[in-house]
Design a protein around this ligand. Structure first.
Ligand code: NAD
Ligand code: TYD
Length: 352
């Protein structure tokens, strides 16, 4: 058997591929457009692995999708491919509609055609798992209960609107065409290979480079952080045992304000890589203009996946965040390649 993973050179997709190949014998065909956020260096350790086939391509390319499905006959598709950065979606929403909405639609259509031609046994097994976000539910008031799966959709950013739209298509392809889909809605991830435009890797990078640590607004926005490998384990579990047509919320029960997160990062760096002048990295914190429409609080109620599928996260925030900082300290070249643009040059040489 084989699985097809899209968005495999991004943060979560790459972690998923690496963990999958380490934990199972099953091959992976991985597809990624290699946008600015896709980085083949994330997959370097499995470059020579005969169970991994990487294809550069776009999920809006219906013909390519049809060809890949016909050639590799996967038993499942796991869709990570997306434009994922809220700030970029505010500046330029078009790509988000193209990849997140049109791309998901094309993938569903390719999967439908493929699924309808499968024999009974293969069709029984087939799943399309769509990876989504808690941001589709909008923003919580301070004392409101965490998001459950039956929460109404109230997306507030172009990013979350595009992800909510993609989920509606996924749902409709199940109800109308009987496509066996699974949807997961996860909270904020952190861990290795996180692109340094997002809060946690950006703060680590800026701290070590002696730059300001930008905190939007008052820094009291709350996110529910989950270590990326726990997210990957949850996806594997949903793929194995989830009920087709169902959605599963995934979260770490780790609600933190942005300021708390940044303080924690500074404190770990103070211990592991103290500044030459002995002053805390907290000194570099700088409050900057808030993000327009900034959601105040996200929190996930993950009781369904725990109750029905037995998944719980392995990491606490404290253990996961320390591992993450140590990974960045050990992988400064990875960060430098991205920030210098060198990895982009490598990709164009490799695929020209
Ligand atoms: P990312 O931006 O790091 O990676 C996205 C990957 O998709 C990149 O490798 C990019 O090259 C690829 N891609 C973009 N457009 C493509 C296209 N048209 N065709 C093929 N590949 C394309 O994002 P991420 O943080 O790894 O997120 C992966 C998925 O998980 C997304 O769907 C996102 O909405 C979801 N998610 C992310 C988080 C989080 O905290 N990062 C939380 C919940 C859900
Ligand atoms: P981010 O990592 O972009 O994830 P998301 O917007 O999907 O939650 O941001 C996490 C939180 O950190 C969010 O509330 C915005 C805030 N933030 C800052 O305060 N400063 C920054 O420089 C960035 C990138 C984010």
């Amino acid at each position: 058997m084989t699985v097809l993973v899209t968005g495999s050179a991004g943060f979560i997709g790459a972690n998923f591929v690496l963990d999958w190949l380490a934990a199972s014998d099953e091959p992976i065909v991985s597809l990624d457009k290699l946008t600015y956020a896709g980085n083949l260096a994330n997959l370097r350790s499995v470059e020579a692995n005969s169970r991994h086939t990487f294809v550069q391509g776009d999920i809006t390319d219906r013909e390519l999708l049809g060809r890949l499905l016909a050639e590799h006959k996967p038993r499942a598709i796991i869709n990570f491919a997306a434009e994922s950065h809220v700030d970029r979606s505010i500046e330029g929403p078009e790509d988000f509609v193209q990849t997140n909405v049109v791309g998901t639609f094309r993938l569903l259509e390719a999967a439908r055609e493929y699924y309808q031609a499968l024999g009974e046994n293969e069709a029984e097994q087939f799943r399309l798992l769509h990876v989504s976000t808690d941001e589709v539910y909008g923003s919580l008031a301070p004392a409101e209960p965490a998001f459950r799966e039956d929460r109404k959709y109230e997306p507030n950013s172009p990013y979350s609107a595009s992800k909510a739209a993609s989920e509606h298509f996924v749902r409709a392809w199940h109800h109308t065409y009987g496509l066996p889909v699974l949807t997961t809605n996860c909270s904020n991830n952190y861990g290795p290979y996180h692109f340094p435009e997002k809060l946690i890797p950006l703060i680590i990078h800026n701290a070590l480079s002696g730059k300001a640590l930008p905190i939007y607004g008052d820094g009291q926005q709350v996110r529910d952080w989950l270590f990326v490998k726990d997210h990957c384990a949850a996806i594997r579990r949903v793929l194995d045992a989830g009920v087709a047509g169902e959605t599963y919320n995934i979260g770490g029960c780790n609600e933190k304000t942005n300021l708390e997160v940044v303080h924690t990062l500074c404190d770990i760096l103070d211990q592991e890589r103290p500044r030459a002048d002995g002053i805390s990295y907290r000194e570099q914190i700088s409050f900057v203009r808030d993000r327009p429409g900034h959601d105040r609080r996200y929190a996930i109620d993950a009781s369904k996946i725990e109750r029905e599928l037995g998944w719980v996260p392995a990491e606490t925030f404290e253990s996961g965040i320390r591992k993450t900082v140590l990974w960045y300290l050990d992988n400064q070249d990875w960060v430098n390649d991205i920030t210098s643009g060198a990895y982009r040059e490598w990709v164009s040489r490799q695929y020209q």
